[in-house]
Design a protein. Structure first.
Length: 173
């Protein structure tokens, strides 16, 4: 491993630990020459399938596009970046486990929505609104009603709100 600071080829591993939900190894390295430290991540390389888009065009699976879509849906939500990265890792692993050379983009979208639904219902509705191309408020209402009726959210029925300020309102004005 070349040092990113001075380019020296001699580095030593100072610390190793599991990262990325146990599917990566995080290594802390130190350059023998300049003594600067840096972090590397090691993970198994898998060939991810091509995505078949709605128009039947095909494109390689792009994790950064997946990440951007999820980050937009979770923007300003109380989710740590670690939780979001774990969610992304779970989605990628599910796609890998399918073992297909090609998958429909709608299947990927459904996997993402399934994961978001378990983590944050507001982020789920945001993602679903773009993915399912909601045209009006009635479609939002239908999706929120399906969340309220789902068995996984029985204890959260009263917490779903389009306006987050209402959740924080303690009666003081």
């Amino acid at each position: 491993m070349h040092c990113p600071y001075c380019g020296n080829q001699e580095t030593k591993v100072v610390d190793s630990r599991l990262a990325g939900d146990g599917y990566q190894i995080r290594r802390r390295r130190e350059c023998i020459q300049c003594k600067d430290r840096f972090t590397t991540f090691e993970s198994a390389e898998f060939v991810l399938p091509k995505l078949v888009k709605r128009d039947q065009s095909r494109e390689p699976f792009n994790e950064s596009k997946l990440r951007n879509g999820i980050l937009i849906a979770t923007e300003k939500r109380p989710l740590s970046i670690e939780l979001i990265e774990e969610l992304i890792s779970r989605v990628v692993r599910k796609v890998q486990k399918m073992g297909e050379r090609e998958i429909q983009s709608r299947m990927l979208g459904e996997i993402v929505m399934e994961e978001l639904k378990q983590v944050d219902e507001v982020a789920f509705v945001r993602y679903a609104s773009v993915y399912r191309r909601f045209q009006d408020i009635e479609e939002f209402e239908k999706e929120i009603e399906s969340l309220r009726d789902s068995p996984t959210s029985e204890d959260k029925k009263s917490q779903i709100s389009i306006f987050p300020e209402e959740e924080k309102d303690d009666g003081k004005k």
